[in-house]
Design a protein around this ligand. Structure first.
Ligand code: FES
Length: 218
């Protein structure tokens, strides 16, 4: 029932197909529920209606191109908090160089490596970064972290989603939202509508709390 072939309109608009699938799942759950067994067969569909606001770190903890890894918006999704050392698009702090990005490659979900200016990735020693960037050695995708993690090489179709950051008077850094586009693996493909990004990025996931956003270093 749910896996019917997409129509031409749906192929052109994957969001429409995704929402149709949601409704189909909901209909199945409702019908099954009428029989008194639905709640045991189909888990409830959930997604957040607002982004969590999470403290990630204090500005004094940051060193240039030394990432702080945090989970957001759910407990399975890693991101970097980074001080780039150069003013960046969307950057905060006195130097406008503190940014956050999803650390999941938009091609097929590997974890890119971080390169400061002049550094080379282990998989391509002849390559020299011209600015702070992320380089994915799985298939060579390259992201310019100074300009919103836009794709500057390789097969990735979209930029890395960027976190929206705030800095308070104590130097504490908070994340208040993500994207667009969607984090890799979330939703049907590219969506730039903020409400859709929120829905797909948090679809049936476990949202982080202040206690779960920063993984223990062990
Ligand atoms: S998964 Fe990163 S380039 Fe393919």
């Amino acid at each position: 029932m749910v896996d019917e072939a997409p129509s031409g309109e749906e192929q052109a608009n994957p969001r429409r197909r995704f929402i149709k699938i949601l409704f189909a799942i909901g209909a199945v759950a409702t019908i099954a529920g009428l029989g008194g067994v639905g709640k045991y067969l189909t888990p409830p569909i959930t997604y957040a209606t607002s982004w969590p606001r999470i403290r990630i770190a204090n500005i004094n903890q940051l060193q240039v191109m030394q990432p702080i890894v945090f989970l957001y918006p759910d407990t399975d999704t890693p991101n970097w908090l980074l001080k780039l050392g150069v003013k960046a698009e969307g950057g905060i702090g006195p130097d406008g160089d503190i940014v956050a990005f999803s650390s999941i490659c938009q091609h097929l979900g590997c974890t890119p490596g971080l390169l400061n200016t002049g550094q080379s990735p282990p998989c391509n020693p002849s390559y020299k970064a011209k600015f702070p960037m992320a380089y994915c050695c799985c298939h060579g995708s390259q992201y310019d972290l100074v300009e919103g993690a836009k794709v500057i090489g390789g097969p990735a179709p979209y930029n890395l989603p960027q976190g929206k950051l705030e800095l308070d008077s104590n130097g504490d850094i908070y994340i208040t939202a993500m994207g667009p586009p969607n984090i890799y693996g979330k939703g049907p493909g590219r969506t730039d509508n903020p409400a859709d990004v929120l829905m797909y990025d948090t679809f049936n996931s476990t949202l982080v709390t202040q206690a779960t956003a920063i993984p223990s270093s062990g």
